[in-house]
Design a protein around this ligand. Structure first.
Ligand code: ATP
Length: 238
């Protein structure tokens, strides 16, 4: 089976600083794959490069059978790759419904868009209850839900989530993680970047540990969760 996403020897630099130093991994359709690692490991840089926001200095990205390396960001979305970025980036003055509609800006199937907005409300009932309110009035966790809902509005083949649990209370984090499990059950393919290794590995089919721009360890979520070096470095065990 060919993978939905193939990343091969990807290198990304900010000027002379190489932030991603030749990483390779794949994401199969229907899987949840996670990249974990400490601050500055290169996880966000990897997602931004896959989105077309940064241009790699080397390597290959193939998405759904097509090379992505030279495709600009706005085209990447139309190929089916959606990115829910770190820090959310919702539009605070627009209503929740308007934020969701913006996620569908490439579509013109009105009925389908309505259906998917309803799906976002089903996934996150609080968004439905507050649909007419300005998105800036939502709590951090609710804004994260909106960012995820908005990314889903372009009906992506691959949903990339950057640190969805960042800054959230344990209950909100639990809700976000449950939603990821639900999305996977509905057939969504997800590439998840997380600092919360425990949560990410618990639900991922595969995981990759990144350290200073390299993948230093890969395995199934369960294998990594039980790996002694991962437990020491990322799960706070002695
Ligand atoms: P975090 O969880 O803190 O976001 P990360 O694993 O996502 O960490 P990146 O944000 O990808 O890491 O950063 C990788 C490296 O690239 C870091 O050393 C960072 O300081 C550097 N870096 C990131 N953005 C820039 C930039 N715009 N200009 C210069 N260096 C950058």
């Amino acid at each position: 089976m060919t993978a939905l996403l193939e990343v091969e020897d990807l290198r990304v630099a900010y000027g002379k600083i190489e932030a991603v130093k030749g990483i390779s991994f794949t994401v199969e359709a229907g899987q949840v794959v996670t990249l974990i690692g400490t601050n500055g490991a290169g996880k966000t840089t990897t997602l931004r490069t896959l989105s077309g926001l940064l241009k790699p200095v080397g390597g290959r990205i193939v998405f759904d059978g097509k090379p992505l390396t030279d495709v600009p960001a706005h085209k990447v979305v139309s190929l089916g790759l959606a990115h829910s970025p770190e820090g959310r980036h919702i539009f605070p003055r627009l209503t929740i419904t308007e934020n969701l509609q913006l996620g569908a800006y490439l579509r013109n199937d009105k009925a389908g868009i309505e259906k998917d907005i309803q799906r976002a409300y089903d996934l996150f009932p609080i968004l439905g209850e507050r649909r007419k309110q300005a998105a800036g009035t939502l709590s951090g966790g609710e804004q994260q839900m909106l960012a995820m809902g908005r990314a889903l509005m372009c009906q992506p083949k691959l949903l990339m989530l950057d640190e969805p649990s960042m800054g959230l209370s344990p209950i909100m984090m639990q809700k976000i993680m449950e939603t990821i499990v639900e999305l996977k059950a509905q057939g969504t393919t997800i590439l998840l970047v997380e600092q919360n290794a425990q949560a990410a590995l618990s639900l991922a089919d595969h995981g990759h540990v990144m350290e200073v721009g390299k993948i230093v360890l890969s395995g199934t979520g369960a294998d990594l969760l039980h790996d002694e070096s991962v437990r020491k470095a990322y799960l706070g065990e002695d």
